[in-house]
Design a protein around this ligand. Structure first.
Ligand code: GUN
Length: 273
């Protein structure tokens, strides 16, 4: 039987711990959110972040901009939060509508308020021991892997993804733990069959099937694609029901962990801890 790595339960536990810590502060931490355009998925993700923030006692200050917003309008919004001492964390929901240049917008965030940890100065710190802020998705994945209780040093991980923004921080973090990391843009069965950990973020529903994975593997499924009104992951979960693997469910795996770690980042920025 597959062992499910229950991200929803772990996230709830981490949010409860965070709520307790925030209740001891003499101020309310605040996350500034910038949401550009009307992509329904982005609006849904932001509303999930707002709901979880309210649960732990973090206030959210949201700036909504139209899809037609200019780069200056977006960076002006960032600057408003950069300058506001009551805002300790800033998040610009991605992706931004074309042709807005994401990197320029990310670079305009004060690195000391960068709740996503996407600013180049913060990413660079991930290669050393000094990082205060780890991107929520990457930290969430590491915590889900640690739920297995495995000692991951010297294990082999394959990360399947198209975006370097995702693969790079995660590769660094896993490498720091002694994991041998390979990245690829597509599944190659021979490579996957040797992997102890497979992390898949391709956005291609059920592309990872039973015959690509050996017993004992940790499968981290980052994919969420709507198929006939159902959310599907990149792993064909049905193939693994009777297999001896660890698997993150979709939904209820990586998603809630990303939100929980984002809010921990806001607390860390607000308290420098
Ligand atoms: N879009 C999808 N995931 C994320 C995330 O972790 N942060 C931001 N800012 N946008 C996202």
């Amino acid at each position: 039987m597959a062992t499910l790595l229950n991200g929803r339960a772990l996230a709830e536990q981490l949010l409860q711990e965070l709520k307790l810590k925030i209740s001891t502060l003499d101020f309310t931490p605040c996350l500034g959110v910038i949401l550009v355009g009307d992509d329904p998925a982005s609006h849904l993700y932001v509303s999930l972040k707002e709901k979880a923030a309210a649960e732990v006692g973090i206030s959210v200050n949201k700036i909504l901009l139209p899809a037609t917003a200019s780069l200056t309008q977006v960076t002006d919004a960032v600057e408003t939060f950069n300058k506001n001492p009551k805002v300790q964390g800033i998040l610009v929901q991605l992706p931004l509508p074309a042709p807005l240049p994401e990197q320029t917008v990310i670079n305009s965030i004060d690195p000391d308020k960068d709740a996503d940890g996407f600013h180049p100065l913060n990413l660079k710190k991930l290669t050393s021991e000094k990082a205060l802020i780890i991107p929520g998705l990457s930290e969430g994945i590491i915590k889900l892997i640690d739920l297995t209780g495995w000692e991951i040093s010297h294990k082999t991980a394959v990360i399947l993804a198209n975006s370097q923004e995702f693969t790079q921080p995660l590769s660094w973090l896993l490498s720091r733990r002694g994991v041998i990391v390979k990245t690829n843009h597509q599944p190659e069965t021979a490579e996957l069959l040797k992997a102890d950990i497979i992390i898949v973020a391709l956005g291609q529903p059920e592309i990872i099937t039973g015959q690509m994975v050996k017993d004992g593997t940790i499968l981290i499924d980052v994919g969420t694609t709507k198929v006939n009104d159902q959310i599907k992951g990149d792993v064909k979960a049905a193939d693994f029901i009777n297999r001896s693997v660890y698997l993150t469910p979709v939904p209820g795996g990586v998603g809630p962990m990303t939100v929980a770690m984002l809010l921990w980042n806001v607390y860390r920025l607000a308290t420098d801890k």
